[in-house]
Every structure is written in structure tokens, then in C-alpha cells.
Ligand binder design. Structure first.
Ligand code: CP3
Length: 324
């Protein structure tokens, strides 16, 4: 995720001329940026360049994406009245540029690697709408969730509907897999996840069950939530580095694929550390079907591109016999 991001000089050149939302809304630029990691790094999949906040613009939310900060919501939503103003999302009419960018990127990739579509999960999007920006403690989100269940339910219902039609439109436009980003759900206890998140994520993931593409369920800090996330659904689960991958797999079961686990900060350390940690992950997953090597979260902007290229080569060289 955010793999095209900040560390690639080609990306930086494009970003000097255009802001993120402009790139997202210009299919030619979007297709170029989405293909960059495949062309430059040699990774085995591309993810469409967009942002989890993108659909909210046409739902009536005014926001910006600030460099080094992330999304900033102009008027955070903290009561029933404001949540009621959230409009329905119609991907074809409201975000045709995403769907056009998907077809253009597919053409550009020309079958070399699959293309992943994505959306933010209801909890993570709700947290931005309520807090107004990234946060460490999610105080306002949790207070609303605990104290105003009518507003919480309406907000989560609206987000399930919007992200469900959005992901289905992306599948129709040609993506080969969809990823649901619940980046911040790790701030919840298992009990709270079961009550306030699981029913919504499950409904959303269920609606994509027979869509013909794998559903990747992503979270960070989720070592205590794996069973709950599995109950919510998904064909592939993303984990971060806070749990050994074989332990996570044992808990999730053999019927799912796993991705993630390398701490992106490791890429800022030397080659020795990178290779040692990579070897450890490969050892813990060897003999298992359905392992997708990946980072546990987004890449840091000052990651040296050469280290990433070397890592991709290292993984390819060490897994050749497993990949047919
Ligand atoms: O790999 C890719 O480049 C695909 C495109 C992508 C972006 N955002 C573009 C972007 C994807 C998959 C996302 C998802 C996203 N956006 C998530 C879920 C994944 C995750 O990382 O947890 C979240 C939480 C957001 C919200 C958001 N947007 C944050 C937290 C930030 C980063 C702020 C910072 O600088 O640390 C953004 C900005 C953003 N969106 C960038 C990119 C490439 C940053 C780089 C830039 O400024 O060009």
C-alpha cells in the first residue's frame, strides 16, 4: 500500500506538478503512477492510485489531503444531523475517473501483473469523519460509538452501502482483487470490534463474496482481533509485524491466504537486517499455500528505492521453486 508513494523519484516529479487528488482524477496520470511500482520495483501486483477518502467528496464531505499529515476534514461529523447529510455514492456518476483509470491501468499493465482495487473500511473512514484527521487515541470516535449508537449505526450503514457499490464498480471496471483497508481498527478491543464493527464489515464483505475476485481484509495492530476479523470475512488477511506470521496463520486457519508482516522501517536499515527479517518470514511460511510477501503497512517516504528493488529480487530468488 502507498507503494507508488513518496520514495520513487518518478512519482515525486509528478507530485511536484499535481496534488494527490488531481492525480486521482486524471486517468492518464493515475494509470502512469499506478504502474510505476511494477515498472521500477518489479513487484508482482499493482494497486490503483486513489485514496480511501476519495468517495467522500461526492457524498458531501469537504476535505483536503495535506502533505505529511493525511486527510483533513473541514467539518467533522459528530452528531445525527450531520451524518444525515451524507449523500449516497454513485461511482459511475460521481467518480468515473477511478473507473476510467482502472481500464487504462489494466491496458498499461497488459496482463503482466494483477491490479488491486480498494476502499476504506467503515470503521477507518468513520474515524476520519468523526476525528477530522489522523489521531493516536480515537477518543471522539469511541465516545460517539459508545454513547450515540443511533448515529454510529446510521454512519456505518451509509459507509457500508457506499463502499459496497464502490468496490463492485471497481470489479466491473476490471480490478483483479479488492482490498478493504481497516487501517486503524487495531485501536479497539475484541469485544468492541464484535459489537461496533464486525456486523458492518461482514455485511460489506458478504456483498462481495460472489464477485469472482479475492477480497483482502487489511488492518494494523490487529494481533488481538484476528479471530474477529476472520468472522467478518475475507479471502486474504493482511497482518503487520507485531505477530509472527505462522502464529497468525494458525489462528486464521488454512482456508485463507496471508500477506504482510515485514515492518516497513526495516527497509531503512541495512541490507543485512532486511535479508535476515525477510528470510525469517519466508521460513515461517514455507510449505504453506497462499503466502503473499508484503510489508505490514505503508512505506516511509525516505525509503531508499534501491533497497526495495533489492528486496523484491531477494524474494523472487528465494521463492522461485514455490511459484509456478
Ligand atoms: O500505493 C499507492 O500509492 C496506492 C494509493 C493509495 C493512497 N492512499 C495514495 C496516497 C492508497 C492505497 C491509500 C490508502 C489510504 N489512505 C489509507 C489506507 C492504507 C494505509 O496506509 O493504512 C489511509 C489510512 C489513507 C489516508 C491517508 N492519505 C494518509 C494517512 C496519508 C499519508 C499522510 C502522510 O504523508 O504520512 C495519505 C496521503 C497519501 N495518499 C499519500 C499517497 C501516495 C502520501 C504521499 C503523497 O503525499 O504523495
Amino acid at each position: 500500500m502507498r507503494q507508488a508513494g513518496r520514495h520513487l523519484s518518478e512519482y515525486r516529479r509528478i507530485r511536484q506538478k499535481h496534488d494527490i487528488l488531481t492525480i486521482c482524477k486524471t486517468p492518464e496520470l493515475c494509470a502512469e503512477v499506478s504502474s510505476l511500482p511494477v515498472d521500477v520495483l518489479g513487484v508482482d501486483a499493482a494497486i490503483i492510485f486513489a485514496d480511501i477518502m476519495l468517495p467522500l467528496e461526492s457524498m458531501g464531505v469537504r476535505f483536503e489531503i495535506k502533505d505529511g499529515v493525511g486527510p483533513l476534514i473541514h467539518t467533522p461529523m459528530r452528531d445525527l444531523k450531520s451524518v444525515m447529510t451524507l449523500q449516497d455514492f454513485h461511482p459511475k456518476a460521481d467518480a468515473p475517473f477511478v473507473l476510467d483509470a482502472i481500464s487504462l491501468t489494466k491496458k498499461r499493465l497488459d496482463g503482466r501483473v494483477p491490479l488491486i482495487g480498494f476502499a476504506g473500511a467503515p470503521f477507518t473512514i468513520a474515524s476520519y469523519l468523526i476525528e477530522g484527521r489522523s489521531t493516536r487515541d480515537f477518543i471522539k470516535t469511541k465516545i460517539l460509538m459508545y454513547q450515540d449508537q443511533k448515529t454510529w449505526k446510521l454512519l456505518m450503514d451509509k459507509l457500508v452501502n457506499a463502499m459496497s457499490v464502490y468496490l463492485r464498480a471497481q470489479i466491473y471496471a476490471g480490478v483483479d482483487a479488492v482490498q478493504l483497508f481497516d487501517s486503524w481498527v487495531g485501536c479497539l478491543s475484541p469485544t468492541d470490534y464484535r459489537q461496533f464493527v464486525l456486523p458492518y464489515s461482514r455485511r460489506l464483505l458478504d456483498q462481495l463474496k460472489n464477485s469472482g475476485v479475492p477480497r483482502i481484509h487489511f488492518g494494523t495492530g490487529t494481533a488481538s482481533l484476528l479471530e474477529e476479523m476472520k468472522a467478518a470475512g475475507g479471502d486474504v488477511f493482511s497482518i503487520d509485524w507485531r505477530i509472527p506470521i505462522d502464529q497468525a496463520w494458525q489462528r486464521l486457519g488454512d482456508d485463507v491466504a496471508l500477506q504482510g508482516n515485514l515492518d516497513p522501517v526495516v527497509l531503512l536499515a541495512g541490507t543485512k537486517t532486511i535479508q535476515a527479517q525477510t528470510t525469517e518470514i519466508l521460513k515461517r511460511t514455507s510449505g504453506r499455500q497462499g503466502h503473499i510477501f508484503n510489508l505490514g503497512h505503508g512505506m516511509h517516504p525516505d525509503t531508499p528505492t534501491d533497497r526495495v528493488i533489492d528486496l523484491v529480487k531477494f524474494i523472487h530468488n528465494n521463492t522461485k521453486k514455490d511459484r509456478t
